[in-house]
Ligand binder design. Sequence first.
Ligand code: DHE
Length: 565
Amino acid sequence: MSNVVKPLLAGLIASFSLLCAGVAVAQANDPAAPAMTDAEKEAAKKIYFERCAGCHGVLRKGATGKNLEPHWSRTDDKGVKTEGGMLKLGTKRLTNIIAYGTEGGMVNYDDILTTAEIDMMARYIQNVPDVPPEFSLQDMRNSWKLLVPVDKRPKKQMSKINLDNIFAITLRDAGKLALVDGDTHKIWKILDTGYAVHISRLSASGRYVYTVGRDGLVTVIDMWFEDPQTVATVRLGSDARSVDVSKFAGYEDKYLVGGTYWPPQYAIMDGATLEPIKVVSTRGQTVDGEYHPEPRVASIVASRLKPEWVINVKETGQILLVDYTDIDNLKTTSVASAKFLHDGGWDASGRYFLVAANASHKVAAVDTKTGKLAALVDTAKIPHPGRGANFVHKQFGPVWATGHLGDAVVSLISTPSDKAADAKYKAHNWKVVQELKMPGAGNLFVKTHPKSRHFWADAPMNPDRSIAEAVYVYDMNDLSKDPVRIDVAKDSGLPASQAIRRAVQPEYNKAGDEVWISLWGGKTDQSAIVVYDDKTLKVKRVITDPAVITPTGKFNVFNTMHDVY
Ligand code: DHE
């Protein structure tokens, strides 16, 4: 055994036994790795969790981002072995990559991290990854706080606010959620949540807003109070992205399910109180037949056709259809698709869920009626749909759209329809029928509305400021026309800022006549939500306030409840 492998193995064995014991692990380090003080290691660990783990994984095995282990080796189907790793790249090269990004899609951090922090991160990733502790059902139970029991909550809505048109808006770096009245454009309430809430989802009743923070904290907010209140919280683990309620008739809001990145598992809770009921691990085999120790739970949606959740497991490429009618004897269908499942949405019929297998450059479509894979569609690089967007294409009939992080296009995929009049489109089903040209790569979200003929796409991850601060609007009546560029940062009227203010995530109001865009600015800068008239594409309102810091995801209550997109 080589001198390099020996200490690594010892480190892994040590971490494995501690992992089993559920204890935080201090890893043995490779002597070839650059030295770090304990304080530097702690600081780097925090930055890694906040900025890097989402794409590269806690164990650094890679997903949307590359493998960042000190050493890695892989053998392909022909038996050819390749070796690599951070130690091979070395501090200088890694410093450059972290500072300036790569053409492969890694963003630049020179405007987010200091030179000293970049150097520290370059050294950190040459050291053996830290393995965080496991998190059991009992840990969840210990973290659970029922702040207002169900019988102490209002029996009816106490305010006159139009709840259907409330927007739940993530204030990412502030660790808060703003509830904004979509009718008056006024902030109704700002509530504390977990760190960098990732998504908000609505109860089937439209009364409760569920949030999930990157730190794994789930909160449930009751909007029936005169003044909305957080009524329960629970921790799912140390890193999470997704939640949804049960939506099948007779089970509405009975359960909540939450997925974690770390530990790799999902948890089922009581929908009204968040009391933990069951935890299920997602560790196992990838669709390529390798064991993966960290298959993270990406998007989750609730079916209305069956009492099931669609749970997408990123690294294994398995789409789990989890039947929640008997939680003690849980029945799960595993649908093999492609690796690196991420975000996705329903087609117009609500039968097929389309999910990006992002680093495989594919979209997987699962047929929730038959419980089988309907299609694996090859697309341009790194599809990133958010929930995608459905509309009827003049030439190709019903399509579902996704943008791309890695390519300057929006892909339109033909989806099946039961309508006799749509039979003529059948030959196109599950094919990319058109690619709409974008000004550059770096798209994250697309959106339209059944009442609109406009189709909106952002490009917040594009390194060019003039592209990242704008959104692009296509006319669905004539998709051969270039999109209209809207400069959201300029329209906000906010003073010039050093940090790029990324225009992110178009979201319609309930009526489908306004589009709200977040300006995701620096982590201490006052920012804004800019509201556009969907017909005229003119600014209708700029919602700003000192508390509006790093707004990102916005979730209109009605559209989120009814999957309108
Ligand atoms: Fe997201 C959805 C994961 C970075 C804003 N994001 C999702 C989903 C997943 C995910 C799995 C689907 C949830 C669902 O539907 O159940 N996101 C990740 C990451 O792993 C990643 C790449 C890195 C990370 O560290 O988290 C990442 N996401 C971001 C951002 O940086 C964004 C732009 C800003 C932010 O607030 O963090 C961001 N992600 C969003 C939003 C959605 C989302 C707004 C929901 C879109 C929707 O319309 O439903």
